[in-house]
Design a protein around this ligand. Structure first.
Ligand code: ZN
Length: 502
């Protein structure tokens, strides 16, 4: 037994070094996105390449393979938390070692080329200029999938990177249910005589005051300012982990809701990272379970909490104190309706809560059919436009920024990533009702600006576990059932029926 413990300790020490190198790369990245002077770019890409390469070779070192094999044979001598760490470290090691170096290099070369041609083709709206590069990207990632292994379709292997254990078949089933509920609900909302009037949001909202207000919200919902900070970047993100979590936003002085909800969203990510247990730092038990579960945290705070009437019962007076002239005449109901305005739109990143999943489902279905060989790259624009019309009732005027080429993901070979966003919504819905069952007075607490119990529930049931449980075990423990769409569908129906008087 002593021997097993010392083997385990050596493994953990090695894995820790790998995570330390990763956090160094993350910090270099944060700096690049926020405050690095433009002339630092060349050196920075050298620095990032070196540190990322070191992280990769730490993880794939033969010694790690030996330690893992050794421990696998003595699993019964380890505690349950140690076994969970072993399971997750094995997963990381296998994914990192399965793909031959030659393919890794070819993928990385093609990513730069494909991205470059995507930027140009998107700008001029000519899909034909992008198609041959995308075709090769699909071929290379399908090859990658062959090395990683899968049951049904190469896409399964790619989805697994972001959502361990999830498959295209699983998402097909979940998304059919969401689609069957959301498409008709959207039609009813559009037919409602209730219309939001958000003109007051286009007035003057100086950035410094937006930041001040955003920080008030961050503190109120539990962000630890001794263990993180807020800065500005073009594309908002959250990076770092326990003890040093960096979030960013950007300020539009004629659309304050962008920074307000952006900050709440990133704070939701940050609270997850700040909620790991310090003794697990540097191991999978202090890492997010998956992209989708990370997104469940950000989306719950942004949409379920942050766009609710109880939340603004408390915060609207504070916002009015920051912007007395702009908001003097705005009522609570008017404000809440305005920040929940539903309108089918062409661009995913600008979509409202209600239509967002339909954008995701469309992308997933295209990826699924592409990797199953039922759709060819040249058919993408037509397939895209047809689904936009069917799900959202609108047709893109071009294939560029408002159409099939709007997202960066495919140009970088990130297939299988999109479903995680919607999985986050579904998981959030399920957490939401489980939490409310335990705390019947949650609305009252939010009206008073008290979010401690809510955060405590998330800490206990989600954050502190990190990657200890696989997804359905986590859902089962927290909510009493595996992941399903029922609660999320119920949430959207209740919320939008009330707002739009359906
Ligand atoms: Zn997010």
């Amino acid at each position: 037994v002593t021997n097993v413990q010392s083997v385990y300790d050596e493994l953990v020490a090695k894995y820790r070094e790998y995570t330390v190198l990763r956090t160094i790369a993350e910090l270099l990245h944060w700096d690049m996105q926020t405050i690095m002077p433009p002339k630092g770019a060349t050196r920075r890409s050298d620095q990032l390449a070196l540190v990322s390469g070191m992280a990769h070779s730490h993880l794939t070192a033969p010694r790690i393979g030996e330690l893992l094999a050794d421990l696998e044979a003595h699993e019964q001598d380890l505690g349950s938390e140690q076994r969970a760490n072993l399971r997750e470290m094995t997963r990381d090691y296998r994914r990192a070692t399965k793909i031959p170096q030659k393919l890794v290099e070819e993928l990385s070369r093609h990513q730069s080329l494909c991205h470059e041609h995507w930027v140009h083709a998107r700008e001029v709206g000519d899909f034909g200029l992008f198609a041959p590069y995308l075709e090769k990207m699909v071929r290379l990632t399908a090859e990658e999938a062959e090395f990683l292994g899968y049951q049904d379709t190469p896409l399964d292997a790619l989805i697994d990177e972001f959502e361990p254990g999830a498959t295209a078949a699983m998402f097909t089933k979940l998304f059919e249910e969401v689609k069957a509920a959301n498409v008709p609900l959207l039609r009813r909302i559009m037919a409602s005589p209730v219309k939001a009037d958000g003109r007051f949001l286009a007035m003057d909202y100086p950035a410094a005051m937006q930041k001040h207000f955003g920080e008030q919200i961050m503190q109120a919902i539990g962000f630890d300012t001794e263990g993180g900070r807020l800065d500005i970047s073009v594309h908002p993100f959250c990076s770092g982990t326990y003890g040093d979590v960096r979030i960013t936003t950007r300020y539009n002085e004629h659309a304050p809701q962008q920074a307000i909800f952006g900050i709440i969203h990133e704070t939701g990510h940050a609270l997850y990272e700040q909620g790991f247990l310090p003794q697990n730092l540097g191991t999978p038990l202090a890492e997010a379970m998956s992209y989708g579960i990370h997104e469940s945290q950000s989306r719950m705070w942004e949409n379920f909490v942050g766009r609710s009437k109880p939340f603004w019962t408390f915060f609207l007076p504070q916002l009015k104190a920051c912007f007395p002239n702009e908001l003097a005449q705005v009522s609570l109901d008017q404000f809440v309706l305005a920040v929940n305005h539903v309108e089918p739109s062409l661009v995913r990143v600008e979509a409202d809560e209600m239509t967002y999943d339909l954008h995701i489902i469309l992308r997933f279905e295209i990826e699924r059919d592409l990797f199953a060989g039922n759709l060819s790259v040249s058919d993408l624009p037509a397939a895209w436009n047809k689904k936009m019309e069917e799900y959202l009732g609108i047709t893109p005027p071009n294939d560029g920024k408002e159409g099939v080429m709007q997202d960066v993901h495919w140009s970088g070979g990130s297939f299988g990533y999109f479903p995680s966003y919607s999985l986050g919504n579904m998981a959030a819905g399920q957490f939401w009702y489980a939490m409310r069952a335990k705390m019947p007075d949650m609305d009252k607490q939010m009206e008073k600006g008290n979010f401690a119990d809510l955060l405590h529930w998330l800490r206990e049931n989600v954050h502190q576990h990190g990657r200890r449980f696989i997804r359905n075990d986590l859902m089962q423990k927290a909510t009493g059932k595996p992941l399903a769409t029922t609660d999320y569908v119920r949430y959207l129906n209740e919320k939008y029926s009330a707002l739009y008087q359906l």
